[in-house]
Design a protein around this ligand. Sequence first.
Ligand SMILES: N[C@@H](CCC(=O)N[C@@H](CS)C(=O)NCC(=O)O)C(=O)O
Length: 312
Amino acid sequence: MAELILHHYDEAPFAEKIRLIFGIKNLTWRSVIQPAALPKPHLVPLTGGYRRTPVLQIGADIYCDTQLITAVLEHAHPQPSVFPDGNPGLGYALGSWAHGPYVVTSVALYMGSEDPFAGAVDLPSHFFEDRKKMWKTQFDTDSLAPKLPGLRAQLDAHTDFINLQLADGRSFLTGEKPGLADLHAMWDPWFLYRFAPKEAQRAYDRFPRIAQWLARLVAIGQGTRKEMAPDAALDIARAASPNPATGVDQYDPLGIKVGTHVCVSPSDYAEVNVVGELVGTTVRSVSVLRHDPRVGEVVVHFPKIGYRIEVV
Ligand SMILES: N[C@@H](CCC(=O)N[C@@H](CS)C(=O)NCC(=O)O)C(=O)O
């Protein structure tokens, strides 16, 4: 198998999920640092416009979104599993909670906080403006101030789910081993401690088990990480051929034939039309072939959940 190349930046909480999966599975991977805000000239040739973080590259196959990246890694490296309790369906389904209301609440708290640069994070100066635009389908940053108490109440109710799981003294949410449920749930404290420390203190100080659990997760480490220059990753894509196409899933309800031009876009935030030829679907994913002057032929894979797929 070609090397695992993760396009990310260190402050990205969604990327931390995948870095910790590398840690749980003790994998060796290449790290390509991409900018935290647009423009992303070394990412877009691979993805066709998708700008979110992280993206996993394996040769000329490009996997977008942590839902799909997790499934790819779990399939290729089943042990140790990210479902130590033997409940993969529940683990994946929890992503719809985490990536929706749970994450959006914390991001809105951060964007609405008085000093959204209070944390010791290394971010470009246009980061805030970039995120204001990116999150506009979920909330209007300029009118968040009066909503902060309500958002804090929402966050506390979500946090209580974590407390309920940890209440019996277990090390991780589903038992003594870490798994995807932990990675979904840790997003918000991991993010808020870095980006909005005062909000984090307010939310988590009274629950010592949260900080202890977070420390156990961070201690897993990232596996073996080796840096790679962005141009080298683009060269690897150009030199490689995508995996053979799988064709359309026999039960696929979309009714789109292989070879049809489609556009795929996130349907929640950071919408963008990634256009290509449909080469395959599975019950949970869609794959499109693109031709790019810098990287040649690449296949970009997306999960179906959270993405719109339309004929163009
Ligand atoms: N559903 C996506 C969400 C990814 C996401 O929103 N990532 C944040 C960073 S942690 C992002 O893309 N921010 C904008 C950017 O990096 O350009 C996933 O699970 O991968």
